[in-house]
Design a protein around this ligand. Structure first.
Ligand code: UDP
Length: 250
């Protein structure tokens, strides 16, 4: 990475309140969600969110591997978030690094709060998230993709889990940071929400915000999640509408 001189920092916010890609502070990047693109998986989803491209596949409930993780009273939810070596400008070392392990863990824990795991004792629900192209916010894009993939697999859940990162850019709270904003901004706050109850099941923070800024960020994040939730439900509706038109052919 190396240190970056002040002259290299891009203008993150214009005097008119426009961001590096022309968005307003409360604007999301364009999002497209496709449910069910992978036919081998029990459930799948592809999410294009700004320049992020993320595929999620769900398998299960199925036999637990490794066996010792099996639980007698509920399914275990195993999640593997992976960034492809070609997903970023500077080639990323392939394989599970600490960051990927941490993201896999927080995503699995988020799903543990919404999946009715006790309905499938001694099984595993395996969630794979592959980031094919990354431009900040990939854990949220991964959560959104995995959530739609879980629903596509018919796994019973309290609700879908919309997610978004809010941050602080040039002293202002901004929704859905892109790469430059994440790199040069002052804070990054990814969150995932259970829309039905308003409960946050993922909340991480990098950088600093005052209590007032945090409160504004949470409000902005919840509003963003509501929009994303609508797109997630629409993706599932489109999937089933297509299936019906095709006479049920998968
Ligand atoms: N990134 C990268 N190389 C890495 C890890 C991350 O270039 O090894 C980039 C990538 O674009 C990612 C962004 O940095 O989306 C922000 O990463 P962060 O750890 O904040 O997670 P994310 O915002 O993707 O959930």
């Amino acid at each position: 990475m190396g240190s970056v001189g002040a002259k290299d920092v891009p203008v993150l916010l214009t005097p008119e309140g426009r961001r590096i890609d022309g968005r307003k502070l409360d604007e999301l990047r364009p999002i497209r969600i496709q449910a069910g693109p992978l036919h081998q998986a029990d459930g799948s989803a592809f999410v294009e969110w700004g320049a992020n491209k993320v595929m999620a596949a769900v398998y299960g409930p199925r036999e637990v591997h490794p066996r010792h993780l099996q639980q007698n009273n509920k399914a275990v939810i195993q999640c593997r978030y992976n960034m492809a070596a070609f997903s970023v400008d500077e080639r990323k070392r392939p394989g599970l690094d600490r960051r990927s392990q941490e993201i896999s863990k927080v995503i699995a824990e988020a799903f543990e709060s919404v999946v009715f795991a006790e309905e499938y004792p001694r099984t595993s629900i395996d969630v794979y998230i592959e980031v094919l192209q990354a431009n900040a916010g990939t854990r949220c894009a991964g959560l959104v993709a995995a959530s739609v993939a879980l629903a596509d697999a018919g796994i019973p859940m309290v609700d879908l889990l919309p997610a978004v990162a809010v941050g602080k850019v040039a002293g202002q709270i901004a929704l859905d940071l892109k790469k430059e904003e994440d790199n040069f901004g002052e804070a990054d706050l990814p969150m995932a929400l259970v829309p039905q109850s308003g409960r946050l099941v993922l909340l991480q923070m990098e950088g600093h915000m005052t209590p007032e800024e945090l409160s504004r960020a949470l409000d902005l994040g919840v509003a963003g999640c509501t929009v994303i939730y609508g797109k997630m439900k629409q993706a599932l509706r489109d999937r089933y509408a297509t299936t019906e038109l095709a006479g049920g052919a998968a």
